[in-house]
Write a protein that binds this ligand. Structure first.
Ligand code: NAD
Ligand code: ZN
Length: 360
């Protein structure tokens, strides 16, 4: 047996208003005055002086606002890297990503591609990155994906939606300030929060489960129940708990895998551009036969929070489009093997997947 030797985020700060310490934290990492810090920030914060005024730009430091309306693409990373190289005098001192999973993944990918030759798409896969990334900092503003702690940056390329999984991907520094999540719209709070809940269900019910993953997964699962089903936390506590649930959920899948919902939701994302959180919810809603208890609780949460889960998104798809969905989904073999065991191919047949997709 050859065990994987995983890197973890070496530095993390947690607490309300910890974001105000960002400038002090990164100052010693400035290489010289020509090597700026580049901030990649979700453009939802463009006019948010409460957040932006706490960032102190010096020398050639620069903010690049990026829309999170679409999930990150390899071509987008290539364009950002080219732009940064052209406009900076020296290789940046660091990249700071501020936003949800979309911005965190972009920050990770840009920091890798600033030190690695060629196109981003060539690094989608496992352990293809040759050179260490530049210093990169992650500041989540919505909780659930676990992107702040994971060893991957999920990107859609010309041929696949697949992460750059490498030892150089994890952030060097993460700032967990739960107050930054306070402006999250309710539906989005739920969808991204459910990403975390589904990480727990898929990890805890997977064949790859081990005590390492279980210990994180159970904690995240309990926190999700407190946040989404119970009524005894204040608004602040809810923000704190969901932020830590996301962290633990991410840690739980680091040493195992996700499962059926993620495998099928990646297909929706690739073909229809369905975003990760909502896509997972659309799929998970129909997975009783794989995760009976998990789906039951999920439906309770949906109803408690009056959330609308879209229906009928596959109604008008052609046979060719179903084939694409099924092909993308079944290509994610480790996810299926984790969910269903070594003989997963006898259960997850193209016919079975088509039946399920047709319900969505
Ligand atoms: P997101 O980053 O796409 O953001 C969702 C929406 O919420 C956007 O409209 C954004 O502008 C808005 N938003 C974020 N923070 C806000 C705030 N504080 N106030 C108001 N609006 C806010 O959403 P997400 O669900 O966090 O991330 C999804 C992405 O994460 C996908 O691209 C997915 O592939 C990726 N992902 C990565 C990993 C990983 O380990 N790297 C894991 C899971 C998902
Ligand atoms: Zn996920």
């Amino acid at each position: 047996m050859n065990y994987k030797n995983f890197p973890m985020v070496p530095r993390v700060i947690f607490g309300r208003d910890s974001f105000s310490q960002l400038n002090d934290i990164i100052a010693p990492k400035r290489l010289n005055i020509k090597a700026p810090f580049i901030y990649l920030i979700d453009d939802v914060f463009k006019n948010n002086t409460w957040l932006i005024s706490r960032i102190h730009l010096s020398y050639d430091d620069k903010i690049i606002y990026i829309s999170a309306n679409e999930e990150p693409k390899t071509s987008q990373v290539d364009a950002l890297v080219e732009d940064i190289i052209l406009k900076t005098k020296e290789r940046p001192s660091g990249i700071i990503g501020i936003g949800g999973g979309t911005l965190l993944d972009l920050a990770k990918a840009v920091s890798i591609m600033l030190t690695n030759q060629g196109e981003t798409k060539d690094y989608q896969g496992w352990d293809l990155v040759k050179n260490p990334a530049i210093y990169h900092v992650g500041v989540p503003t919505i909780s659930g994906t676990g992107a702040e702690v994971s060893r991957t940056t999920v990107l859609t390329g010309p041929e696949k939606k697949l992460g750059i999984n490498s030892d150089y991907t994890p952030f060097d520094q993460v700032i967990l300030d739960p107050e930054l999540t306070k402006s999250t719209p309710k539906n989005q709070w739920f969808y991204t929060g459910m990403d975390c809940y589904i990480h727990c269900i898929e990890s805890l019910n997977g064949t790859y489960l081990n005590a390492f993953s279980q210990s994180y997964g159970e904690k995240a699962f309990d926190l999700c129940k407190e946040v989404f089903l119970e009524n005894n936390s204040s608004e602040k506590d809810l923000q704190d708990k969901l932020m830590m649930a996301s962290w633990h959920g991410g840690m739980s899948i680091a040493y195992s895998q996700v499962g059926v919902a993620h495998a099928m939701s990646y297909g929706l994302s690739y073909l229809l551009g369905t975003k990760h959180g909502i896509g997972n919810c659309i799929v998970f809603n129909h997975l009783e036969e794989f995760y009976p208890e998990g789906v039951k609780l999920f439906k309770e949460m949906v109803s408690k929070h009056n959330i609308e889960i879209p229906q009928g998104i596959c109604t008008n798809l052609s046979d060719n489009e179903f084939d694409v969905l099924i092909k993308i989904s079944l290509s994610l073999e480790p996810l299926w093997e984790n969910a269903l065991g070594k003989n997963w191919k006898t259960i997850a047949t193209p016919k079975k997947l088509k039946e399920l997709y047709k319900k969505m």
